[in-house]
Design a protein around this ligand. Sequence first.
Ligand code: G6P
Ligand code: MG
Length: 224
Amino acid sequence: MMPKFETIKGVLFDLDGVITDTSVYHEQAWHELADQLQIDWQPAFAEQLKGVSREASLAVLLNATGHPNDYSAEQKAQFATEKNDRYLALLQQLSPAAIAPGMTAFLTALKAQNYRIGLASASKNAPFVLERLGLSDYFQARVDPATLRKGKPDPEIFSRCVALLGLQPAECLGIEDAQAGIQAINASGAVSVGIGAKDVLAAAQIRFETTAELTLANIRQQLK
Ligand code: G6P
Ligand code: MG
């Protein structure tokens, strides 16, 4: 059952691939690390790694070697650091110009109409990215991913974000571009809004092809 539009009081945002297209930089950095480790890059990795923590993403790549236990904890920590260094290098040019289409207008409309706004990103780089985009001040609550017991698709990050905003799950929309993220929102009891292709985001309760369609009027139409 979908709640009525009038019941919605808060919006929970994923960051990478929703607020800005940094998901392509995550993918590029993982691809470069895979090449360095002579792991065959599989096209399916791109969707599989979205929304997934740095450590869990590395595990996916190392599992693809067939001998993930050959790597020591120190080596794995080193690989994760190398990936992050590559990612941060790709973020050097990040500026407000990289905000996804329509996103500033959507955040401004939410704020003007007193919706509570939360961040539910698995990225430890999220504070830096929001700062570079000039969007930090919109978010009343942010979940620190370092404090999570389980990552997406577990609902923990969204449940915690709902609680930080002082709301109930059914009073919130969660916005995601990742399969793991949509699963997490659905399991939390919030209303899932997918940004992206239908074949990838079939589990989303509401879906828009791009952020340019993400408006309160369009959401209202879907929650009649
Ligand atoms: C987001 C991205 C993932 C990334 C994860 C951790 O969920 O979609 O691709 O692996 O954050 O990001 P971090 O910046 O902490 O490595
Ligand atoms: Mg994402």
